[in-house]
Ligand binder design. Structure first.
Ligand code: SF4
Length: 251
């Protein structure tokens, strides 16, 4: 398992199936209603938010700032039940007097049982939960999206990594055939009537002007012409190493 598990990208990396990587990663980081986390803390983004730093993702973005638990989930983090994660999130939020909660780090939509159970607990509180996702699972499974309709205090941020199959494969390591899944997620969220907005890693050093235009056109074509949060690649130490390993030169 550890030998086959894909870590950071290199020029030799073979494009992978992100849905298969969901299954491989979930075997490592999910156990029923429990999920692996490396940390819990409060941070100033979103005007102050209590954050659980979850282990595991189904993409391998070259610009990713997440700690090494993304690449080596079998080595890092420990399991927390949804109750434990909820209690720590709320305790930290109270301490810092913030009104928002989130899972960050890895991909929050992995470990569906854990996420739904955590949201059920949060739904009984006044806290707003920000769900930041790469859209792979929400694009692949509309039923998963429909399960979120019963939660009133949730806002979803879908982060799109590419506007073309080639760009998707080059920057996430996943096969280009899957590049539509985050756009499908946008369609599924819209159909379900959930509150969400779209972000995109359109940093000019990573994405060409033409690809950015295609991404925007594609969003318009599926009926999304709302706010687009355009992301910039920051020089976090992990991002710098991943970019270097994949032979990308930004600075
Ligand atoms: S940037 Fe987000 S989607 Fe990409 S590998 Fe990192 S955690 Fe996963």
């Amino acid at each position: 398992m550890k030998e086959d598990y894909p870590s950071f990208l290199t020029p030799q990396s073979k494009p992978f199936d992100p849905i298969k990587l969901v299954c491989q990663t979930e075997e490592i980081v999910c156990r029923g209603k429990s999920r692996k986390y490396t940390d819990f803390y409060c941070t100033g983004v979103y005007g102050g938010i209590s954050t659980g730093y979850a282990v595991g993702c189904c993409l391998r973005c070259v610009f990713c700032w997440v700690d090494w638990s993304r690449d080596f989930p079998f080595k890092l983090g420990r399991f927390y039940s949804s109750e434990e994660a909820f209690n720590i999130l709320v305790r930290n939020a109270r301490k810092k007097k913030v009104l928002k909660l989130r899972i960050s780090g890895g991909e929050p939509t992995l470990c569906q049982e854990h996420l739904i159970s955590l949201l059920e607990l949060i739904n009984k509180t006044p806290y707003l939960f920000i769900l930041e996702t790469n859209g792979i699972l929400f694009g692949n499974d509309p039923e998963y999206v429909n399960k979120l309709k019963k939660f009133r205090n949730i806002h979803i941020r879908v982060s799109i990594k590419a506007g073309t199959p080639k760009g998707f494969e080059r920057r996430t390591g996943a096969k280009g055939d899957f590049y539509e899944l985050p756009f499908k997620a946008v369609e599924n969220l819209k159909k379900a009537g959930l509150k969400f907005h779209v972000a995109a890693m359109t940093d000019r050093r990573l994405m060409s002007y033409e690809e950015r235009q295609l991404l925007i056109q594609k969003l318009k074509a599926i009926g999304y012409d709302d706010y687009l949060e355009e992301e910039i690649c920051d020089p976090y130490p992990t991002s710098l190493i991943r970019l270097e390993k994949a032979n990308f030169k930004l600075w």
